[in-house]
Ligand binder design. Structure first.
Ligand code: NDP
Ligand code: MG
Length: 358
């Protein structure tokens, strides 16, 4: 039995993780649960799974400390980080410091502090198993000790979101409801808006850079509307690998939970007879996120964290009707222009988080 601590249990990834636990009796024990504001669902989950450790950050006096303690409890065999946004940073660092196996959906922590996290994991032997579908695909392609020198390119696929090929005039009128309607995935609010702006892909470029220690110039993006191919690896001898699956997050979640085993399931399968794949060159003229991702990676220091926090604030302002959809990028670019870069340390991250807290 694997003992699981699940952070973000009331969210999209969190509830799907619990579905997998429920469907596999005898395989997992939930020993810790954490949610933020959805008290009703959280209470139901606590009644059902009876975890030893429970944290509700929305009513906690020191949520950062509570999350960090839960992420490092001794008995946990695996910590699933399915928290939204920057709230995932402190528990990611804590789990790595404690040498845990961390099944990581939260990409924002890797964007904000990828280098610190990976250095910490290397020091303690912590293992990070990606849940995000693109890094999960890359992990499956690279884990047979492929030497770095053999990798020519890693190509992330992007669905393009609900507004792919829309014109500026059309985007000016976009409502939150339209932006939340993703064509292929059903996800939490923030990641849905990030997919519509392509900021999600920007974050995955940074996530990939750190998880697999590949230089940014070896990471590329292609728009693949069907979300069936999740990533491709192009090797230096001309061979290509790809990982395909139906667009169902339960597949990468289960993959991380059962690792190193592969457990049979009845999730949707890719139907080869129905396949019509397209791969298109992305156009960053309106959605500049991926281009900015390479810039903040080159700048280093706290710039990736500023990029992430400014997006979090802009998405929240958009969802509350305070700014328009296209103004999300104005907020991000203004932040990048106005912040003075410094070395990325815990103290610097704390300082910058205070300035950009919602
Ligand atoms: P959701 O918004 O659906 O869920 C987020 C979870 O985090 C909820 O349990 C929520 O609690 C909790 N939470 C929200 N704010 C805070 C806070 N300030 N402090 C502590 N906990 C908080 O998000 P998703 O499940 O969609 O995404 C989670 C992570 O996984 C994100 O980083 C996302 O990018 C990544 N991801 C998601 C995918 C998906 O398909 N959903 C795909 C790939 C990656 P409550 O509901 O109780 O308020
Ligand atoms: Mg993804």
């Amino acid at each position: 039995m694997k003992r699981i601590v699940l952070l973000g249990s009331t969210g999209s990834i969190g509830t799907q993780t619990l579905d997998i636990v429920r469907a596999n009796p005898g395989e997992f024990e939930i020993i810790g649960l954490c949610a933020h504001s959805n008290t009703q669902l959280f209470q139901q989950q606590v009644r059902e799974f009876r975890p030893k450790y429970v944290v509700q950050t929305g009513v906690s006096e020191n949520p950062g400390l509570a999350l960090a303690s839960l992420a490092s409890v001794g008995e946990a065999d695996i910590v699933v980080n399915a928290l939204a946004g920057s709230s995932g940073l402190l528990p990611t660092l804590a789990a790595c410091k404690a040498g845990k196996v961390l099944a990581q959906a939260n990409k924002e922590s890797l964007v904000m502090a990828g280098q610190l996290i990976m250095e910490m994991a290397q020091k303690t032997g912590a293992q990070i198993l990606p849940i995000d579908s693109e890094p999960s695909a890359i992990w499956q392609m690279l884990r047979h000790n492929e030497p770095q020198s053999g990798i020519e390119k890693i190509i992330l696929t992007a669905s393009g979101g609900p507004f792919w090929k829309w014109k500026r005039e059309e985007l000016m009128q976009v409502s939150a409801e339209q932006a939340l309607k993703h064509p292929t995935w059903k996800m939490g609010e923030k990641v849905s808006i990030d997919s519509a702006t392509l900021m999600n892909k920007a974050f995955e470029i940074i996530e990939t850079r750190w998880l697999f220690d590949v230089p940014p110039e070896k990471i590329d993006v292609t728009v693949h509307r069907q979300s069936t191919v999740h990533a491709l690896v192009q090797f230096c001898d001309g061979n290509f690998s790809a990982v395909l699956s139906a667009p169902d997050m339960k597949i990468p979640i289960a993959h991380a939970l059962f690792y190193p085993q592969r457990k049979p399931n009845n999730f949707a399968r890719v139907d080869f007879l129905q396949l019509q794949w397209t791969f298109e060159k992305p156009d960053y003229s309106l959605f500049e996120g991926p281009r900015l991702a390479y810039e903040v990676l080159a700048a280093g220091g706290i710039m990736p964290a500023v990029f992430c926090l400014a997006d979090e604030m802009a998405v929240s302002q958009f969802l509350q009707g305070q700014i328009s959809f296209l103004e999300i990028y104005d907020v991000i670019k203004r932040a990048l222009d106005n912040v003075k870069n410094t070395e990325c340390s815990l103290e610097a991250l704390e300082e910058i988080s205070k300035q950009w807290t919602l």
